[in-house]
Design a protein. Structure first.
Length: 136
């Protein structure tokens, strides 16, 4: 059996990502940082082990490094042309790429397993599904 490959890209298409196999986790986060990062009421991201990720057009990416309240530093990559966030990686670089779910081509089939920082969830948002773990 061949592993499934799913494709993601920034809005203008200059940065492309191919992910092989299944992700580590699919999560929705309601924290303030993720809201600002995504510009939306919450952010949804898909984490893949680095070995399952291939990127193209990375020369066009820009990086912003940020240390959050948790004390963890991560590198946030975004397209230098269209501004789409394309992935972020916690330091050191041995773990995973977190890729915004909305960058994946239609038909990806990702469903969140986790909804976190629900204490910051907008009051009109509801994340549903029997398999979802909810965390404050
Ligand atoms: Zn772009
Ligand atoms: Zn967050």
């Amino acid at each position: 059996m061949t592993d499934r490959v799913r494709h993601a890209a920034c809005r203008c298409g200059q940065i492309r990502i191919a992910c092989t196999g299944e992700p580590i986790r699919v999560s929705v986060c309601h924290c303030r940082e993720c809201k600002a990062r995504s510009g939306s009421a919450f952010a949804a991201q898909v984490r893949f082990p680095a070995g399952q990720v291939r990127t193209e057009g990375e020369a066009n990416a820009r990086m912003w490094q940020y240390t959050g309240d948790s004390g963890n530093t991560a590198d946030f990559f975004f397209c230098g042309t269209c501004g789409s966030g394309v992935w972020y990686r916690a330091r050191p670089y041995h773990e995973a790429y977190a890729i915004p779910l909305g960058n994946f081509a239609p038909g990806h089939g990702f469903v969140p397993d986790y909804s976190v920082y629900e204490d910051s969830m907008e009051p009109w948002v509801s994340i549903t599904g029997d398999a979802i773990e909810h965390h404050d």
